[in-house]
Design a protein. Structure first.
Length: 469
């Protein structure tokens, strides 16, 4: 009996102890679970509405960045930090947003500055958010292009200087007019002679985009040693990945010193515009200088011209602002010209060597950035014949048809590496012209031309008026 009673007492005591142990275990597990919850943020749902005020800028620019991110916490609410880096290396901005116990969306709007030493080119702005310090990172990327306004401006100036210089060389005053004046007098007496048979249209320089000016025969019997003339040309052209147009007007006066020597003074006014890829540059300029044409022997002539001038150019590298820069320029050109009569045809082979150079001034652009001066220069050698034939137009007038073809080699193109060279190397040119000369010292000229090379092509027209007084 005593034994049975002792067993019942032990049984109840054991059961009570078991329940007590279970309660303690549950409490420990609850504390451990609660402690773990407070130790870790659980999740970040990601980033949305990532914005940037621009994807193109210059070193030193300020860019506005915005983004939203959603965080979920359980049992606590630690801060949620964020960081913004350039290329994942240079810290641009950082911060921390308060969160709550639960789910919350935070919007961040801040400004960052592109470091002043950032190299031009493609870069990335890296935005990283965290649900807690060092935990559950999420990153988004914004691609930006850092540009160099001074470099872009120099590239535009260099491209225009090269293209415009070539057009100027190829659209010099009409060589055939000058040679024709020498042929309009008798070599022996110096008196006005009969109408000459020189009817050619070879321009001063066949070349890429500009064209010879009014190729014309000067078949008028001259009654005065002085000649007043004006010529003009227009061309549309492509230089690399840019397109443009070009206009030039020449005017001047020359004197026939003797039957073998002509001297004169000419003035040119020119305008050019070039655009592409959101950039644009245009300019107006002038050049003035003397020229001389000399008969060496019956069928051979020497011609030379030098000129100096300036241009004023409006530069818009990105289409958002425009700056003005001036430049100084000069040219020198010389040629040997033959003159042969073959039946009804006049054949005039020409070989010409030319040099052009233009140097821009230094200036401060709209960003207050210094754009350094730069020089563009190149040489040109061209060779080819002009074939012409004259017809009686009645009432003492003469009509002359001209066909010119030339091969041009542009060499030593230099711009300090500011822009890709577009005219260097070989190009070809064809021109068809028509001249009308009256018997009262008036000459009217017109022509069309085509020109092309690897990165260069042009199509244009020329017109001219010549009056001897």
């Amino acid at each position: 009996m005593a034994t049975k009673q002792r067993m019942n007492v032990l049984g109840w005591k054991g059961l009570s102890s078991l329940f007590k142990g279970m309660r303690m275990l549950a409490a420990v597990m609850a504390v451990g679970l609660f402690g773990a919850t407070n130790a870790d943020a659980h999740s970040i749902y990601g980033m949305e509405n990532v914005t940037s005020s621009t994807t193109t800028g210059i070193a030193g620019d300020t860019i506005d960045i915005g983004f939203d991110y959603e965080i979920w916490h359980a049992g606590h609410a630690p801060p949620a930090p964020w960081e913004i880096y350039l290329d994942g290396v240079t810290l641009l901005a950082s911060g921390s947003e308060p969160s709550v116990n639960g789910t919350v969306t935070r919007s961040v709007n801040t400004s960052v500055v592109i470091p002043a030493n950032t190299a031009p080119g493609a870069h990335q702005i890296v935005i990283t958010t965290y649900c807690d310090v060092g935990s559950c990172a999420t990153s988004r990327f914004i691609n930006i292009n850092v540009i160099d306004p001074a470099g872009e401006a120099q590239e535009l100036v260099a491209t225009l200087s090269e293209a415009r210089g070539r057009l100027i060389l190829q659209n010099g005053p009409n060589l055939e007019r000058r040679v024709g004046r020498l042929n309009s007098r008798s070599r022996n007496t110096g008196a006005a002679g009969d109408v000459a048979s020189r009817n050619s249209a070879a321009p001063e320089g066949e070349a890429a985009a500009g064209g010879t000016f009014l190729a014309a025969s000067n078949t008028i019997a001259r009654t005065s040693p002085y000649d007043l003339w004006i010529e003009a040309a227009h061309a549309k052209f492509s230089a690399g990945n840019m397109d443009g147009n070009f206009n030039i007007i020449h005017m001047g006066v020359d004197r026939l010193v003797n039957p073998d020597l002509l001297i004169g003074l000419g003035l040119q006014l020119d305008n050019a515009r070039l655009s592409g890829g959101g950039a644009e540059i245009s300019g107006n300029g002038f050049m003035v200088g003397p020229y001389v044409t000399k008969r060496i022997q019956d069928n051979l002539y020497f011609d030379a011209r030098v000129a100096w001038g300036r241009s004023t150019n409006d530069v818009s590298p990105f289409g958002t602002y425009t700056d003005t820069v001036s430049a100084e320029r000069w040219l020198a050109t010389a040629a040997l010209i033959g003159d042969f009569q073959v039946g009804d045809l006049t054949i005039q082979p020409e070989a010409r060597l030319s040099w052009f150079e233009e140097t821009s001034d230094a200036y401060l652009d709209s960003n207050n950035i210094l754009v350094a001066p730069m020089s563009t220069s190149f040489g040109s050698f061209e060779i080819g014949p002009t074939i012409s034939r004259s017809f009686d137009a009645g009432n003492g007038a003469t009509l002359t048809a001209n066909l010119s073809a030339s091969s041009i080699w542009t060499f030593d193109v230099s711009n300090g590496g500011a822009a890709a060279v577009v005219t260097e190397g070989h190009s070809g040119r064809i021109e068809i012209g028509l001249d009308y000369a009256t018997d009262n010292n008036l000459l009217i000229n017109g022509a069309v031309f085509m020109d092309g090379g690897t990165d260069w092509n042009a199509l244009g027209v020329t017109v001219g008026l010549d009056y001897t007084f």
